[in-house]
Design a protein around this ligand. Structure first.
Ligand SMILES: [Zn+2]
Length: 89
């Protein structure tokens, strides 16, 4: 359960977002401090734009949702009822 949404590309950030003053997803000013959500990556020409970005919190309304992995949604069930015999007296 350590999935975390990836920050947007560095090239799509506004200047406040790029400089860490605004939430990288919803743009809220982080005057109370932000939550580091990783490195936004990107480059313009030869200039690498990688920068650590911040969000207003993990409950940011614009935060990307965790993708559902229904394809691999297999549950490992402990065999239930194993060894239980329906023997009546
Ligand atoms: Zn936000």
């Amino acid at each position: 359960m350590t999935w975390r949404p990836k920050p947007p590309p560095a090239t799509e950030l506004t200047r406040p977002q790029y400089e860490g003053y605004a939430c990288c997803w919803c743009g809220t000013s982080l005057w109370q401090g932000g939550l580091s959500v990783g490195i936004a990556r990107g480059c313009i020409g030869a200039h690498v734009m990688d920068v650590e970005v911040y969000a207003c919190g993990w409950k940011c309304p614009k935060r990307p949702r965790r993708p559902k992995t229904s394809a691999t949604g297999r549950e490992h069930r402990a065999s239930s009822g194993g060894g239980r015999s329906a023997s009546s007296p």
